[in-house]
Design a protein around this ligand. Sequence first.
Ligand SMILES: N[C@@H](CCC(=O)N[C@@H](CS)C(=O)NCC(=O)O)C(=O)O
Length: 320
Amino acid sequence: MGRMVDGNWTTEWYQPDDDGRFVRPDTVFHDWVRADGSTDFAPEAGRYHLYVAYACPWAHRTLLMRHFKGLTDAIDISVVDPFMGDEGWWFNDADPANIPDPIHGATYLREVYKAADSHYTGRVTVPILWDKKHNTIVNNESRDIIRMFDHEFTGVANDRDLAPPELVESIDEMITANYEPINNGVYRSGFATSQKAYEEAVYEVFEGLDRCEDILSQQRYLCGNELTEADICLFTTLWRFDAVYFTHFKCNIRRIHDYPNLWNYVLDIYQQPGVRDTLNLDHTKRHYFGSHDTINPTLIVPVGPDVDFDAPHDRGRFNN
Ligand SMILES: N[C@@H](CCC(=O)N[C@@H](CS)C(=O)NCC(=O)O)C(=O)O
């Protein structure tokens, strides 16, 4: 793992703050594809390329939205290898689930960042939305990318709206409310380097989950009875939770399986058409357990848990 400084790669782990807390660095590329022509990035089929890791919950959000918006033919993807060592994310033809980089023929993902900005300073993260016309990164922040796919690919994407006008404010509030305690909270728990920082984070994770469990005891999805962007953002963390975060990140007060509503909600979303094509449990486990030698020095990847994501769920009860 490492980062770029003025276009050069340096190998380093995340730097915790003075109290051992994990601090997630901000992403740097924040341009927008706009349907109204107000930016240099117009929505066009075949123009944009998405770089992802199947392991990554942030990248997973973009794969889900690309699927739900019918953008799979319009936006091609590259998939990095699940192992992230000293060289960072890389492309590896030997794994049939990986998809190489057709634009730069890159070996390392950092080459894509360098192609966008030869003096780039920052982490080399997925997801990345690349523009083939201007040869640059449009945006590397998952929340922005899913909103772009949802609202700005007019004429390219389908008309399904996962943040409709009457709900968009509550959806944004929900995404923000879940980000720090849950989506980022599992990382703050797992990457903490002091007992205090770990406990601070792990209790917040479960307060967040308890709150969502309560909401989902009253309605099918987080913002009503239709699936929205808020559900995409929560689902990618929940789906990984029992297999990875519970053990690897020490988020072990409860499993998602122990929450009746959260668990059935995961099954509900997992079983929707096309969703299973956006995820890869083998890559997910191999990435976390097999790459984070600071928290799993043997790099042994556990074989379990034995989970049936196709088990029947009870979420249809809210449709009556
Ligand atoms: N805020 C970003 C976070 C992206 C991110 O941190 N992705 C992780 C993978 S789960 C990554 O690529 N990490 C590599 C690194 O930090 O060196 C987003 O939501 O898109």
